[in-house]
Design a protein. Structure first.
Length: 173
């Protein structure tokens, strides 16, 4: 049975809002201050470069011809819905998984808005070594990757809720 919002992981939805706002503010800053492909060096190994990504995170399928816009839109909506459903069933105390789910949702929604408004995602974080550049990314991509990493970590070290039956068995042992 789903928990109410005060007891469930939905209480962590503030993370979605924070990720979404930071993502959108940074993208608006890039649009307002950079021409397409304009770049500034922040430090060795790191530039801010305005690029348009028609694919998924780190330019995956960016040259696929246009169908990917709606495919990734559907994935973002679907994953956000599933994770929100799971958050509702999750106790608020399972912080690692709740944080992971909300990071992924916030990132997915941040990139979803770009896709719907522009037809592409605004990327600008450009990590490089010598002349080799990693595909540009943004705050939303980072949140999705950190969230996915936390989900994987939780699979190995996460605390699982115990039922009353399991607690009684442990007390008897």
């Amino acid at each position: 049975m789903p928990l109410d919002w005060k007891q469930s992981g939905l209480r962590w939805y503030w993370v979605v809002v924070v990720v979404f706002i930071i993502d959108q503010l940074t993208k608006q800053w890039v649009i307002a201050n950079f021409d397409l492909y304009e770049s500034i060096n922040l430090m060795p190994l790191l530039n801010f470069t305005y690029v348009r990504n028609y694919g998924a995170a780190f330019s995956f399928l960016s040259d696929a011809g246009g169908w990917q816009r709606w495919f990734f839109t559907a994935i973002a909506v679907g994953i956000s819905g599933i994770l929100s459903f799971w958050l509702r069933k999750q106790p608020k105390t399972m912080w690692r998984l709740n944080l992971a789910f909300t990071l992924v949702i916030g990132g997915a929604l941040g990139n979803l808005i770009d896709r719907l408004m522009h037809g592409f995602v605004i990327d600008f974080v450009d990590v490089y070594w010598n002349t080799s550049h990693y595909p540009a990314f943004n705050v939303a991509d980072s949140a999705i990757c950190i969230g996915a990493g936390l989900i994987i970590l939780d699979a190995f070290v996460g605390e699982k809720p115990t039922t009353d039956t399991q607690k009684k068995k442990q007390e008897v042992s």
